[in-house]
Design a protein around this ligand. Structure first.
Ligand code: FEO
Ligand code: CA
Ligand code: CA
Ligand code: CA
Length: 593
C-alpha cells in the first residue's frame, strides 16, 4: 500500500505499554475478548467446568489445557463462521488440581500422581476443533456444531507414509506398527491449503519413564531425543509410556499429525514422511508449480531447520485428491553458509552418507532418526528453531530462533554466544520458488533490549522501549503479507515485560521496527497468532498464565493454586487461573493493525 511504498511502517495502531501485571492488554481502540477457556463446554452434553471435581469424561467434552497453535478454517467460504482448531500442548498440574501443592520451609512438593489425575491430564492434551460464529461483531463457540471434536492423548490414530508398519514402530499392543493412540505436546501446527489441521508433536521425551532393556537398539536414538525425560507419571498407569514395558513406543511420537476436520470420525494420520524430531510447527505454502512446501523447526538447542516438498501438486478443485499429499515427498534440512547463501540438503536413503553402512537400511530409518541423518549431511545447528512462517507474496520465510544460552561457538546464522534473546532469520528462496534447493538468508533482527549495548539487539531505531522483545516463538503472516511475532519467556528473563504479540516490519525503511500490540498476564506465554483472511480478527492463545516462576524481580509470587499471581481470566477465587484463546477485534469493526 501507499505507506509501505513510501518506506513507512505497514502498521498503524497505538502501541501498548510494555509491563507486567495480572491482566492482558490490547492496543487502544481494540477489544480483546476471551473466547474459550480451559474447561469450557464444547458440546451440548458437556458438563460445566468444576475445578474441584475434574474427571477424564468431563475433560474429554471440554476445552483442553495450554492452548498453543490456533488455526481458523472457514466453513462454506464464510468470513463469520468457521472451525477454530487449537492445540493443547501440555498440562500444568500444580495450576490445575487444587490442594496438590504443599510448601514446607520453602520446599515445594507436588502430591504423588493418581490414575484419575493422569487420565484428566491425558484428556486435557491434544486438540480442539470447534465451530465458532461471529454475531454482532463478537465471536462465540457453537456447542452443537456438527464438526466439534476433542482429540486427546488416547485418540486412535494411524501411522502413514514410508515408516508406517516398520518393525521399529511395533509394540505388544500393535503388531502392525500402524495403529497408535494419541498425540502429545502439540506445540505449533498449521492449516493445509486443502483445509486439514496439522498438529506438531514437540517435546515428547517428557512423557516416557522407566529404563530401556539393556543393550536395546534404540538407546542412541532415544538419547538424541532426550528420552526418557521430564516428570509426567503416565507410565505408572499406562504401560506404553514405560520404556521397560514398551521400548518401541517413543518411535510412535515426534511426528506431524494431520486431521481431516470435515469428518469428526476421521482417524488422524501421523505423517512419517515429514520426519521424527521435536516438531514445533508445520506452516505451508503452495509453490509456483503447485507442489506444497512445509517449513518445520526442531526446537532444541543446536538442532535444525527443515522443509518438506510434496511429490505431487495441490489440486484446488478436488479436496479428496490432496488427502495423502503428505505421504510422498522430499524432506530437506538447511545449511546456512557464512556468505549468506544456503542449501536445502535432501534426506533421501542411499544418497551421500544415508546408507546401510551408517545404519540406515531404508527411508524409514532416516525418518525415525531424522536428527542423526541431518547430523551426517552437515546441517547447521541452530539456536532453537521454532515456528517458521512463509510469506506467499514474496518467496520469503521467517524462522523464529528463540534462544540458546549454551551457544559458545558462533557462526553467521547464529552470531551471538550465550544467545538469551534469540533472533529471526529471513530466508529468500532462489527465484522466489519455495521448492528451491538453494536460497539466501539474512538476519531480520537480533532480539533483546537495544538500550543495553552488550545484548547486541538490532531492532530499528524507530522501535520504542515498548516495542522490543526477546524469545520469538510463534509467527503469522497476515493477508497483507505483514509479520506478527509472539514470544515465550520475557517475564522469566526479567525484561520488565510479559510476553505478547508484536507487529514487525519487514520491508522498506521501517524494516526491523517492532511494536507491541497485545500483552499477556503475568507468567503466561503468547501463542498461536491467527489473523483471519479478512483481517478483522486476530485470534491469540494465552498459555500457562501464572506459571512464570518466582525468580524475577518485583513479581516473586509463587504460582501455586492457592497463591497465584493472577486469576486471569475469571478473577474469581473459586476458579483456577485458566489458559484461554482470545479474539481481538477493532472497536466498531475494521482491519486489525
Ligand atoms: Fe512448544 Fe518450541 O515451543
Ligand atoms: Ca511456545
Ligand atoms: Ca517456545
Ligand atoms: Ca505460525
Amino acid at each position: 500500500d501507499k505507506a509501505r511504498a513510501q518506506g513507512m511502517s505497514a502498521f498503524n495502531f497505538p502501541e501498548v505499554e510494555a509491563g507486567v501485571d495480572a491482566d492482558h492488554h490490547v492496543a487502544e481502540g481494540y477489544d480483546a475478548d476471551v473466547l474459550l477457556r480451559w474447561g469450557d463446554r464444547l458440546f451440548p452434553d458437556a458438563p460445566e467446568f468444576d475445578p474441584a471435581a475434574q474427571t477424564e469424561a468431563a475433560q474429554e467434552r471440554q476445552f483442553g489445557y495450554n492452548n498453543d497453535f490456533v488455526g481458523f478454517i472457514p466453513l462454506d467460504g464464510a468470513a463469520d463462521r468457521g472451525l477454530l482448531v487449537v492445540n493443547h500442548e501440555y498440562t500444568n498440574e500444580h495450576l490445575m488440581f487444587p490442594g496438590i501443592v504443599t510448601i514446607e520451609d520453602g520446599e515445594i512438593a507436588v502430591a504423588d500422581a493418581t490414575r484419575e489425575r493422569v487420565d484428566v491430564e491425558m484428556a486435557a492434551h491434544g486438540g480442539t476443533i470447534v465451530e465458532i460464529r461471529k454475531e454482532g461483531g463478537k465471536w462465540r463457540p457453537v456447542l452443537d456444531g456438527a464438526l466439534n471434536r476433542r482429540i486427546t492423548a488416547k485418540t486412535e490414530m494411524q501411522m502413514s507414509g514410508p515408516a508406517a508398519g516398520h518393525d521399529r514402530l511395533k509394540t505388544s499392543a500393535d503388531g502392525t506398527g500402524t495403529r497408535v493412540f494419541g498425540t502429545i505436546n502439540n506445540c505449533a501446527g498449521g492449516v493445509t491449503p486443502w483445509g486439514t489441521y496439522i498438529m506438531a508433536e514437540e517435546n515428547i521425551h517428557g512423557y516416557f519413564t522407566g529404563e530401556l532393556p539393556a543393550d536395546h537398539p534404540e538407546a542412541a536414538n532415544y538419547e538424541r531425543m532426550g528420552i526418557p525425560g521430564g516428570d509426567y507419571q503416565w507410565g505408572r498407569y499406562h504401560d506404553r509410556f514405560d520404556l521397560a514395558a514398551e521400548p518401541n513406543e517413543p518411535n510412535r511420537f515426534g511426528w506431524v499429525v494431520e486431521v481431516d476436520v470435515m469428518d469428526p470420525t476421521s482417524v488422524p494420520k501421523k505423517r512419517t514422511a515429514l520426519g521424527r524430531f521435536k516438531h514445533e510447527g508445520a506452516e505451508s505454502v503452495v509453490a509456483k508449480d503447485g507442489r506444497v512446501v512445509f517449513y518445520l523447526g526442531d526446537d532444541e538447542r543446536f538442532d535444525y531447520v527443515y522443509k518438506f516438498v510434496t511429490a505431487a501438486a495441490f489440486d484446488p478443485e478436488d479436496r479428496a485428491a490432496n488427502m495423502d499429499l503428505l505421504d510422498d515427498g522430499t524432506l530437506h534440512v538447511a545449511r546456512f553458509d557464512e556468505d549468506g547463501s544456503m542449501v536445502w540438503l535432501p534426506l533421501v536413503h542411499g544418497e551421500g552418507p544415508l546408507t546401510a553402512e551408517n545404519g540406515f537400511d531404508s527411508q524409514a530409518d532416516i525418518l525415525i532418526e531424522t536428527r542423526r541423518a541431518a547430523d551426517l549431511v552437515g546441517a547447521t545447528p541452530m539456536d532453537r528453531p521454532e515456528d517458521i512462517q512463509p510469506n506467499p507474496q514474496t518467496g520469503r520465510a521467517y524462522v523464529m530462533l528463540t534462544n540458546n544460552t549454551r551457544r559458545e561457538e558462533v557462526d553467521a546464522a547464529n552470531p551471538r554466544a550465550d544467545n538469551a534473546f534469540g533472533h529471526i532469520i529471513e530466508i529468500l528462496e532462489t527465484d522466489g520458488d519455495f521448492t528451491a534447493a538453494t536460497g539466501t538468508w539474512e538476519i531480520l533482527v537480533q532480539c533483546g533490549d537495544p538500550s543495553v549495548a552488550e545484548v547486541g539487539a538490532t531492532f530499528s531505531t524507530e522501535t520504542t522501549k515498548n516495542g522490543w522483545f526477546g524469545m520469538p516463538d510463534n509467527a503469522a503472516i497476515d493477508a497483507e503479507g505483514r509479520l506478527w511475532v509472539s514470544t515465550d519467556g520475557n517475564s522469566m528473563a526479567g525484561t520488565g515485560r510479559t510476553d505478547g504479540l508484536w507487529a514487525v516490519d519487514t520491508d522498506g525503511d521501517a524494516r526491523g521496527t517492532s511494536r507491541l500490540f497485545y500483552r499477556v498476564p503475568v507468567g503466561a506465554e503468547m501463542c498461536g497468532p491467527c489473523p483471519t483472511a479478512d483481517l478483522t480478527t486476530m485470534f491469540v492463545a494465552v498459555q500457562h498464565p501464572a506459571d512464570g516462576g518466582d525468580d524475577w524481580e518485583g513479581h516473586g509470587r509463587p504460582s501455586y493454586y492457592e497463591d497465584l499471581s493472577t486469576r486471569w481470566p475469571d478473577f474469581d477465587e473459586a476458579m483456577p487461573v485458566r489458559p484461554a484463546v482470545v479474539a481481538i477485534t477493532r472497536q466498531g469493526g475494521g482491519r486489525i493493525g
